[in-house]
Design a protein around this ligand. Structure first.
Ligand code: HEM
Length: 162
């Protein structure tokens, strides 16, 4: 294994595999509340970049559902972070924001989609990762669509499994 590139050392606390500690909670004004499980992988290959892959599953059938994959970079000499993400739903987004200690607050600054993506259109994403004092990782995602204002869609906590 190669050493972690110093440029992404401030994100070392994310590295590894995380499994939902208890089921995640999905909400939005237009949908029936749902629960899900999710596995996160944060890896690196020595570049000044973190690679991520998020795989969510149906709580009962365990079938794969939502998936996200991409890269995280830090603007050199700052705490400004870029989260470059492709989603299996045909959405791609760039989220940027600040890293403060063990919390990452991200806001979408670019969103695009395939021509035949399902409606409604996502227009904004706000995402927070926070390492809790008990060592669990928490993720909260809010979104706005072309017919709903910014509202929470996901809340979940994970425990590190490797
Ligand atoms: C529904 C976006 C992550 C599960 C939706 C809808 C949108 C959306 C736009 C439709 C809302 C409406 O009809 O008004 C996103 C975005 C995500 C994300 C942008 C990540 C940033 C997830 C994850 C899961 C999930 C991780 C986990 C299983 C669902 C389910 C529904 C839904 C079950 C309701 C049924 C459906 O429309 O398929 N999501 N989602 N989503 N999402 Fe997400």
């Amino acid at each position: 294994t190669v050493p972690l590139n110093a440029a992404v050392a401030p994100l070392e606390w994310l590295l590894g595999t995380w499994e939902s500690a208890e089921p995640g909670e999905g909400t939005f004004p237009t949908i029936k509340p749902f629960r899900y499980t999710e596995t996160l992988h944060f890896t690196h290959v020595g570049q000044p970049v973190i690679n991520f892959m998020f795989n969510a599953f149906h709580i009962e059938t365990k079938k794969p559902l939502h998936r996200e994959s991409g890269f995280i970079r830090i603007k050199p000499g700052t705490n400004h972070v870029a989260f470059i993400n492709a989603q299996n739903t045909g959405l791609v987004d760039i989220e940027e924001g600040e890293l403060t200690d063990k919390q990452l607050n991200l806001q979408s600054c670019a969103l695009s989609r395939i021509s035949f993506a399902k409606e409604p259109q996502v227009q904004q994403i706000c995402r927070i990762f926070r390492l809790q004092p008990d060592g669990k990782l928490e993720q909260t995602v809010s979104m706005a669509t072309n017919n709903q204002p910014l509202t929470q869609h996901l809340h979940i906590t994970y425990q590190r499994t490797s």
